[in-house]
Write a protein that binds this ligand. Structure first.
Ligand SMILES: [Zn+2]
Length: 112
């Protein structure tokens, strides 16, 4: 865009005064700018179910949660017996909710 630079200000085409990017006219000579400043488009973000970031689970934690989701009902049936089947049935409804959260996609970084 003509008259725009990367320092947070643009230059008036008429008097070369530095004015804020969002200004619609020059504060010095009052020349109107033909178009509001449009920032360059940000790069497309990259999402991943595998890579973690500072606020989400990393690969090891995700695998551990998944292994636990499988092993807990197996252990319940093995140690509690038939009554444990009720726990397993309840877990069949709960596990997808937990695992969906564990494996949700997180924004990793913007691509280039
Ligand atoms: Zn001006």
């Amino acid at each position: 865009m003509p008259g725009a630079d990367n320092s947070g200000v643009r230059r008036c085409a008429r008097c070369d005064a530095a004015v804020p990017l969002e200004a619609r006219w020059c504060s010095l000579c009052h020349a109107a700018f033909e178009a509001p400043y449009v920032p360059p488009p940000s790069p497309e973000p990259v999402y991943s179910r595998w890579a973690g970031d500072a606020v989400s689970l990393g690969p090891r934690a995700r695998v551990a949660w998944t292994a636990g989701a499988v092993l807990v009902p197996v252990a319940v049936v093995a140690y509690v017996g038939v009554i444990g089947m009720f726990v397993v049935v309840a877990w069949l409804f709960l596990a997808p909710v937990v695992l969906r959260d564990v494996w949700r996609r997180t924004r990793v970084r913007p691509s280039r």
